[in-house]
Design a protein around this ligand. Structure first.
Ligand SMILES: *Cc1c(COP(=O)(O)O)cnc(C)c1O
Length: 394
């Protein structure tokens, strides 16, 4: 059984095609956070770090996420935001290849990953260079000068899926370190990190993992490396003995050295509740269902809605769990859709993005969403100043 609509607290009548950007609220998260506030924070106060096990959460929840990623126990830890985890992975990767100066990424990457790389390289000086190529040119651009390959597996705009195994193999064949950003993969598609052999992987937990806005990010470090890598954000909770309060930093054993500071306990409580759903989900079944929903959506839109162009790969094997169409007035169309309770989003310059999350979306939702889309375009309902004015978050 894939559909678990009852697990979520979705507003009546809403068709939520944006679980790729912010997952909906799991009912269990609501009660769990309330209980942690009352029974732990409210009652135990500072004793909660030990008694309620707050300090161990980043590793325990890391292992739960690791199971979804084909990562072995003790290789994943939670904390901070994804942008920070990207910084840690790149800096550790660079230090593993001290004689190389190129970080390779692609133009399909999410800008924050590129901005973080740019800021880090600026602080390093020493002729480091971020090289950004087209997604199709990634494989041929990886050569012996590349220290680190930094890629997001699923393109946030088009849903285009990179071949994780092939690209990692290519990176390793010339001695480059491989970092995968799984922001749009975790909880959406099957992943096998141990099989890929990549050195690092990172991702966020508020998209398909439904951990809630501001939920902490994760980082994976391949087991054979975690005692070797040199953490650059050397916060006290990544220290071997934080409560010795030494004046000198000494890294913790294993992936715990990628922790930085105090974990967000309430966010972790919401996330740990959200993750319980995965104990009932077969990710391969979820993937087949997601593809079926996407195929239905594409077929319906192309048959019924004129003027929209598919910008996602047509071949389902090359797509993550979202479908994007371009339309000149895509922003206004999306606003009109949202007004009808069909929630997708818009990415500049003209892309309407629809996420398919079979945990709470079914075929009837897809058909109803296209009904609305068809009417909004055919009757030009979008052509109204209330839909044409851009808001801060699109
Ligand atoms: C969503 C996303 C981010 C967001 O990073 P935050 O630090 O959580 O704001 C970064 N990178 C990618 C690839 C993303 O998809």
């Amino acid at each position: 059984m894939v559909l678990q609509k009852d697990f979520f607290d979705l507003p009546e009548g809403m068709i939520y095609l944006d679980g790729n950007s912010l997952g909906p609220l799991p009912k269990l998260a609501k009660t769990r956070v309330a209980a942690v506030m009352q029974d732990e924070w409210g009652t135990q106060l500072i004793k909660g770090w030990n008694v309620a096990g707050w300090m161990a959460q980043p590793s325990l929840i890391g292992d739960a996420i690791g199971r979804l990623l084909g990562a072995s126990e003790g290789t994943v830890v939670l904390g901070d935001t994804l942008s920070i985890k990207v910084y840690q992975a790149i800096s550790a990767g660079i230090n593993m290849r001290p004689n190389r100066r190129i970080i390779l990424s692609d133009s399909g990457n999410f800008p924050s990953d590129l901005y973080i790389a740019q800021g880090l390289l600026r602080s390093l000086g020493q002729n480091y260079e971020l090289r950004i190529v087209d997604p199709e040119d990634v494989v041929t651009s990886i050569d012996e000068t590349v220290a680190v390959v930094l890629l997001t597996e699923v393109d946030y705009r088009t849903g285009r899926l990179h071949d994780m195994i092939e690209i990692t193999k290519r990176a390793h064949s010339v001695g480059s370190v491989m970092i995968w950003d799984l922001a749009h993969s975790a909880g959406a598609i099957p992943i096998d990190l141990e099989k890929s052999r990549c050195e690092f992987a990172v991702g966020c937990t508020y998209k398909y993992l439904n951990g809630g806005p501001g939920a902490p990010a994760f980082i994976y470090v391949r087991k054979d490396l975690s005692d070797e890598i040199d953490p650059i954000l050397t916060g006290w909770l990544g220290h071997d003995k934080p409560f010795d309060f030494d004046l000198e930093y000494r890294p913790a054993r294993g992936v715990e050295r990628m922790r930085v500071g105090t974990p967000p306990v309430l966010q972790m409580a919401a996330l740990s509740a959200a993750l319980e759903i995965w104990e009932h989900i077969n990710i391969f079944e979820l993937r087949s269902k997601s593809i079926a929903l996407q195929e239905l959506f594409i077929q319906q839109v192309e048959a019924r809605v004129p003027g929209l162009n598919l910008v996602s790969p047509r071949e389902s094997a090359n797509r993550g769990s979202q479908v994007s169409f371009s339309f000149e007035n895509g922003y206004a169309v999306m606003q009109a859709l949202i007004a009808q309770g069909v929630i997708g989003d818009f990415r500049a310059p003209n892309v309407m993005r629809f996420g398919f999350t079979p945990l709470f979306i079914d075929e009837a939702d897809v058909i109803r969403a296209v009904d609305h889309l068809e009417r909004i375009i055919k009757d030009q309902i979008w052509d109204d100043h209330k839909y044409l004015t851009r808001q801060r978050v699109t």
